[in-house]
Write a protein that binds this ligand. Structure first.
Ligand code: SF4
Length: 446
């Protein structure tokens, strides 16, 4: 529409990688309308808030940031403010926003964000607000323009929604049930990204390991990875998020066999105690989780592991918390993303007995993070002498290799001729708390 030609936009994103990628698609919709990006919402003609409601904190932040634009809107009544994503999609979300933020022009949910262009046009044409949240999932058209923030890593959706219903999580309620994207669509997108020079392609979904179950054509996540590795070019595949009940030996075999699959795994455990896992409705116990970790370490050389942890889940005793700390010491993750349990009204966990005091949750989180800091330091020493296949990057004149797990290994500066290529790097030592190494040989993964 001509009206938007030359106008400025800004997208404010909250939450996970799925939202980050969705915002890249939103940018694509706005640029297709002729708009250009500005860095400050205050300077934009169209501001889109892509929201998250997994924790109360994220919601509060979004509410106050949207409210802060009220003054700008008063000065510039043509400014259009849109709110989309998980906040409006939850029950009451649309009504809460309508009541609390009456100056917002567009409120849409997770299922119809691909219609944003049409809703913007409608607001301009009719001068009326749009409050439309639909219950039936309409997948984003993946062929629309996507404005990607990163030049090295690109996200590709492979599955939407989730069937797991963890008792603390709102995602299945706001994103619907699992829907796998057809293989041919995924392949075409990955091929296109590789031809554009992206070196890492991250396959995205709330539970990527469930890929294919609803397609009824025999496709599994392991077979998807195998097929995508046949695409020509220098690149590696990453994936997130995995669920321990669907992550399996077939996937480990592909990780081991295929050089184009990155040697890193994000496997959220949430708690190191089986009773807590049961109350979380995670569908596995800690024995099962430990077996998966053992098989992954055995199968995938120098694999980098990361996880998510919730501390202070209802009924988490001191012993249950210590089980989680023990797990950290045993697994030795490269990265741990730990959060305090946040009570969400309407979720089964919010009415479980023995809710934990905020002060106790705080204490436990701090202890856990302290332990992880200590483990991370130790793990830096463990890297010395090992060889990792890394991507060579140059930042501000400094050359380094990035491992699949994101560790930086500093290289002699004359290695910069290999920028943007995968090479084997041997870690030789630690200088100023940083790894340093030398290139052993170049591996192209063509
Ligand atoms: S697996 Fe659990 S935590 Fe993850 S999205 Fe599904 S319900 Fe939420």
């Amino acid at each position: 529409m001509m009206y938007f030609e030359g106008k400025k936009y800004n997208v404010v994103t909250y939450g996970c990688q799925m939202n980050v990628h969705e915002s890249e698609k939103i940018s694509g919709i706005l640029q297709d309308l002729g708009m250009t990006l500005v860095n400050e919402p205050e300077l934009a003609d169209v501001v889109v808030f892509n929201t998250c409601c997994i924790r109360e904190g994220a919601e509060d932040r979004a509410f106050s940031n949207i409210a802060a634009l009220k003054k700008c809107k008063a000065k510039n009544p043509d400014m259009i403010i849109a709110v989309c994503g998980c906040m409006p999609q939850q029950k009451q979300g649309k009504y809460d926003l309508k009541k609390k933020l009456p100056f917002v022009d567009i409120v849409i949910g997770t299922h119809n964000v691909n219609m944003l262009g049409a809703y913007l046009t409608r607001v301009v044409d009719t001068k009326k607000r749009v409050y439309e949240v639909v219950d039936t999932p309409i997948d984003l058209s993946e062929n629309k323009t996507t404005i990607r923030d990163d030049k090295i890593n690109a996200y590709v959706n492979i599955i939407y929604g989730c069937n797991k219903f963890c008792t603390y999580c709102i995602v299945p309620h706001v994103r619907g049930r699992e829907r796998s994207r057809p293989y041919e669509d995924i392949k075409a997108e990955v091929k296109d990204l590789v031809s554009k020079g992206y070196r890492y392609i991250t396959l995205l979904g709330q539970n990527v390991n469930s890929y294919g179950k609803d397609l009824n054509n025999g496709m599994t996540f392991a077979s998807l990875l195998t097929k995508l590795c046949q695409i020509e070019g220098e690149f590696k595949l990453k994936f997130m998020t995995s669920h321990p009940i669907d992550f399996n030996k077939d996937i480990i075999k592909v990780m081991k066999r295929e050089p184009k699959v990155a040697k890193c795994l994000h496997l959220p455990v949430q708690s190191g105690n089986s009773d807590v896992l049961f109350r979380m409705n995670r569908h596995y116990n800690i024995r099962h989780y430990n077996k998966l970790i053992k098989a992954t370490k055995r199968g995938v050389k120098n694999v980098s592991l990361s996880t998510d942890i919730i501390v202070g889940f209802p009924g988490e005793s001191e012993k249950a918390f210590e089980d989680t700390v023990k797990l950290l010491k045993k697994v030795k993750y490269d990265q741990v993303f730990a959060f305090m349990y946040s009570k969400r009204t309407g979720k089964p966990a919010s009415i479980l007995p023995n809710q934990i005091d905020e002060s106790v949750k705080n204490k436990r989180l701090n202890k856990l993070l302290r332990e992880q800091k200590f483990i991370s330091k130790q793990m830096l020493n463990d890297c010395v002498g090992k060889t990792y296949n890394c991507l060579v990057v140059v930042h501000n004149g400094v050359t380094m290799g990035l491992t699949d797990g994101g560790r930086e290994i500093y290289l002699p500066n004359d290695s910069n001729a290999l920028e943007n290529h995968f090479v084997d790097i041997k870690v030789e030592g630690i200088r100023n708390h940083k790894l340093s190494g030398v290139i052993k040989c170049q591996k192209s993964h063509q």
